[in-house]
Design a protein around this ligand. Sequence first.
Ligand code: F6P
Length: 327
Amino acid sequence: MSQKVSRIGVLTSGGDSPGMNAAIRAVVRTGIYHKLEVCGIMRGYNGMVEDEIIEMNSRSVANIIQRGGTILKTARSKDFFEQPGRFKAYENLKKRGINGLVIIGGDGSFRGAQQFSNEFDIPCIGLPGTIDKDIAGTDFTIGFDTAVNTAVEAIDKIRDTADAHDRLFIVEVMGRDAGYIALHSGIACGAENILIPETKTNINELIRTLTEKEKRKKLVNLIVVAEGDEFGGATEVSKVIKERLPNADIRVCILGHIQRGGSPTCLDRLIASRMGYHAVESLISGRYNVMVGIVNNKMNYIPLDDAVKQKQKINNEWLRIVKILAS
Ligand code: F6P
């Protein structure tokens, strides 16, 4: 890439996450500060393929920092994952003079960006925007903190009613391939068991601990399960417990998409603003095809490829804490 960036496009792709708007705002305003022209690409990569692209200015991102969702809309584009779709997208960008891209999304979105930048001469920067926190090279992803806090608020309420009735509640949180929402919200809510895709779920052990707790007259139990746990979600877990402990009074609650919405927390607004600012600075300084993350409170840049290939590792200390504190 020889040409300097002068006109950039920003898009949100994949599942939305609270804080995406704050990131869009930061990209637009930093771009304008540096005298770049900034365009908003609608509905993820679909907007590139279908030429749904709008001019943006400082005012287009006014009053959005506190809003969930994404003003640019989002999608999981099938067309962009085929070569003819990407070619069409490239032609549209070329026609409009867009010579730099900021993609806010998760691993699927980065895979698309990586492929696109390998094939065409358009520098890309990725910002991790997903509630799942399943991306390497960053301590936080935009939206994770809000999603976890939403889950915590909900689980606390469930605990009240579980306690009133001496019930066992199985709460399912989001996380198709990752257990971070389950782990963080589970520890924060004092869950007795946390089932996540990264560790093998031992149902016999789970039944044993429940039986042992019953003997100790500990009747209120909260199990938090990530939707992607290899054993299954809350419904499957409750079914097997019911078979093995027919007297248990069990209820299931699936939190679902409530975790994806809402006003972003202060942390999500801050990381989105920092990442958005550094995405533009990075494009200007010629550091391309990287994801901008934050590690130990410092900006961290890793190749888009590594962000999708590597996974964050679950800290064993956390698993030990779950076990010890849940007695
Ligand atoms: O990737 C974020 C996520 O919220 C996952 O946790 C969840 O499995 C998935 O998106 C749901 O996607 P959709 O909204 O397309 O059903």
